[in-house]
Design a protein around this ligand. Structure first.
Ligand code: COI
Length: 364
């Protein structure tokens, strides 16, 4: 990998590390961050790693008004031998560029972005938590910084990477979550931005999320935006069902996010020679499978969510309790295999993990 010339300004005071056994998701950030600027005619320039600190933007920056921004989420793990392991990082950089293309943001050089991440991790590697179920969440993102109130794509951007030591995304941890099927609002339609990782998709989901929270559900399950009939995704994760021995997940249709964990789970299930299909799935079919006793397991997949078993789905007041509200065997096996590969406890037959040469400072 090429070494990108990056100016490094180290933090003079290092922050205290959090208790690895009580980590929440995305609340604490490490000592440093990466920034590069883009100016039309000049391209990406001024690559730098600086202390983690607030940034100054013009109040008229396009990102504030028209949401021209994209982001990614990936994780670094510490193996017990003390090496840093990244899970399929090149897939995230590829997807970042696909989102860039949709949002009229200039492409980044994926190899250089990975090199920048590598250099950032070199500095903040001691922030990778080692407790069971924890990792260092990596958030690359790009914002349109040009000040202009006319609606047009910006001529100036910032690409940044920040790092956050995290525990489980859901308060339930690896225990099953309850999901409310959303009948009123919609998340996306094909041709919109649903398959890009852009802020607007998440902002438009907040209203439904609030309703779900009030009713005691962790998340909402989105149906298609045209007929509200077919299952799409959960917003923070893709969704899988095990019906009568077969695992099914909604096919990518232009409005669903192309999850990297989703892709990995499909590859893993096919490697195990389990019957698995990507297709249109109606919510009525799920209700019928539940009524017939054929809905064996439901689980979500995502970088933040990992494998998140679903213990209950509520569609229009019809409560479907799945597997007695307990984690099913496939969800458990997938969770253990995926996290085992990520942390190095299990052999990685797919070459998914990128190991960084640097080794961690031994933990006390
Ligand atoms: C991730 O899984 O990395 C995501 O970006 C989802 C986000 C809602 C935390």
């Amino acid at each position: 990998m090429s070494k990108l010339p990056i100016l490094i300004r180290k933090s003079e005071t290092l922050k205290e590390k959090p208790d690895p056994n009580n980590l929440l998701f995305g609340r604490i950030f490490t000592d440093h961050m990466f920034i590069a600027d883009y100016t039309e005619g000049l391209g990406w320039h001024d690559h730098r790693i600086v202390p983690y600190e607030p940034i100054t933007l013009d109040p008229a920056a396009i990102v504030f008004h028209y949401g021209q921004t994209v982001f990614e989420g990936l994780k670094a793990f510490a193996s017990k031998e003390g090496t840093i392991r990244l899970f399929r990082p090149e897939e995230n950089m590829k997807r970042l560029n696909r989102s860039n293309e949709r949002m009229c943001i200039p492409q980044i050089n994926e190899e250089l972005a990975l090199d920048a991440l590598n250099q950032l991790l070199e500095l903040d590697k001691d922030w990778i938590p080692t407790a069971e179920g924890t990792s260092l969440y990596i958030r690359p993102f790009i914002i349109a910084t040009e000040s202009h109130l006319g609606v047009s794509s910006a001529k100036e951007y910032k690409f940044m990477i920040i790092l956050s030591p995290v525990g489980s995304y859901y308060k339930e941890g690896i225990h099953p979550v309850k999901i409310l099927v959303e009948n009123n609002f919609v998340r996306a339609v094909a041709g919109g931005t649903g398959n890009a990782k852009t802020a607007g998709n998440y902002a438009s989901a907040l209203k439904a999320q609030e309703v779900a929270d009030r009713e005691g559900y962790s998340q909402v399950l989105w149906l298609d935006g045209l007929e509200k009939k077919y299952i799409e995704e959960v917003g923070s994760m893709n969704i899988f069902f095990k019906i009568n021995g077969e695992v099914v997940t909604p096919a990518l249709n232009g409005s669903i996010l192309e999850g990297i964990t989703r892709k990995s789970i499909l590859e893993l299930l096919r490697y195990w020679e389990m019957p698995v299909t990507e297709r249109k799935i109606s919510i009525a079919e799920i209700q019928e499978a539940h009524a017939n006793g054929q809905l064996e397991e439901v689980f979500g997949t995502g970088t933040a969510a990992v494998i998140s078993p679903v213990g209950e789905l509520n569609w229009n007041g019809h409560k479907m309790v799945v597997g007695n509200g307990e984690t099913g065997p496939i969800s458990k096996k997938l969770y253990e295999t995926l996290t085992g590969i990520q942390t190095g406890k299990i052999e990685d037959p797919f070459d998914w993990v990128v190991k960084l040469e640097k080794s961690l400072t031994p933990q006390a």
